[in-house]
Design a protein around this ligand. Structure first.
Ligand code: C2E
Ligand code: CA
Ligand code: CA
Ligand code: CA
Length: 275
């Protein structure tokens, strides 16, 4: 028995070493990519389901590699950047580049909202919040056109302090969205605690909304609940015309997903917005 434990320990620690080596490698590659300006904002349209018009975009980080293809997913490199303290530099360059694009679009007469993701670690950092959000104003972007997307996990830690920060941001004009709604566990309570403007129904309730009666029931309830609370509802991950139609019939306000557009580079978005 002792022997088999020893074996599994050895196996475990080998796995750990491999994982640690991969993380160190990814971390140094990410640092390099940041230094060379290869972490860039892409933009995914948010569509008013009644008019079909683009009323906003979500800013999503992309790691563009040397040959122009897309590298690791933000679902991988955002957590790595948080564990290694690179998140500060990452969000600084993301906001700087996004503001540059936004100011240009504003000058071209584009009138849409810009949604920015802020992770739990970022939001918990007081310096980050004051500096990052002052950056928008300094770079000429009106906070009223910026929506900050927060997940429940952001608010879990220190509810009172979170509420304070959200109130400060709202006082400066920023809009606040609750992202990935329905995947956490404290959602309903949080809806009464925090002054959200928008609620984003997680893709988990959209993917099989046609086939799965339970997903349909939950999506329907979330949309009605949000409207009763005077929130704008966005459905994420719409990939088919059938899904769009069902969500429209349920009264969902805004749609986002591959059906309308994948996240695209700024020049490509310019074409979409002007066309
Ligand atoms: P999220 O905030 O929930 O963003 C939505 C994700 O769904 C994006 O993945 C988007 O590309 C994807 N998506 C949109 N429409 C569809 C669809 O129709 N089908 C499918 N299968 N997927 C769709 P992405 O860009 O890979 O980002 C993953 C996550 O990484 C984001 O989830 C967000 O939590 C985080 N993230 C991305 N950029 C940033 C950033 O600049 N800062 C922070 N803090 N987090 C970011
Ligand atoms: Ca988001
Ligand atoms: Ca989301
Ligand atoms: Ca998500």
């Amino acid at each position: 028995k002792a022997k088999s434990q020893g074996l599994s320990m050895a196996f475990f620690s080998h796995e750990m070493t491999e994982h640690a080596t991969e993380m160190v490698d990814l971390q140094s590659r990410l640092r390099g990519a940041l230094n060379r300006g290869l972490i860039k904002p892409f933009y995914q349209p948010l569509i008013d389901l009644k008019t079909g018009k683009t009323i906003g975009v979500e800013v999503l980080a992309r790691w563009v590699t040397d040959d122009g293809s897309i590298g690791p997913s933000p679902a991988v490199f955002i957590p790595v950047s948080e564990e290694t303290g690179l998140i500060g530099a990452l969000s600084e360059t993301m906001i700087a580049q996004a503001c540059n694009d936004i100011v240009r679009w504003q000058q071209e007469g584009v009138q849409i909202k810009y949604s920015i993701n802020v992770s739990a670690r970022q939001f918990a950092d007081d310096n980050f919040c004051t500096e990052a959000f002052a950056q928008f104003e300094r770079l000429g972007v009106d906070p009223k056109t910026v929506q900050i997307e927060l997940t429940e996990s952001v608010l879990l830690n220190n509810t009172e302090r979170s509420l304070q920060k959200i109130q400060e941001l709202k006082a400066r004009g920023f809009l606040i969205a609750l992202d990935d709604f329905g995947t956490g566990f404290a959602s309903l309570h949080y809806l009464t605690l925090f002054p959200f403007d928008t609620l984003k129904v997680d893709r988990a309730f959209v993917t099989n909304i046609i086939e799965d009666k339970r997903q349909f029931a939950i999506a329907k309830s979330i949309i009605n609940l949000a409207h009763d609370l005077d929130l704008v509802v966005v459905a994420e991950g719409i990939e088919t015309e059938e899904q769009r139609q069902v969500l429209f019939d349920l009264g969902c306000d805004v749609g986002q997903g591959y059906l309308f557009s994948r996240p695209v580079a700024p020049d490509f978005l310019s074409n979409l917005l002007v066309a």
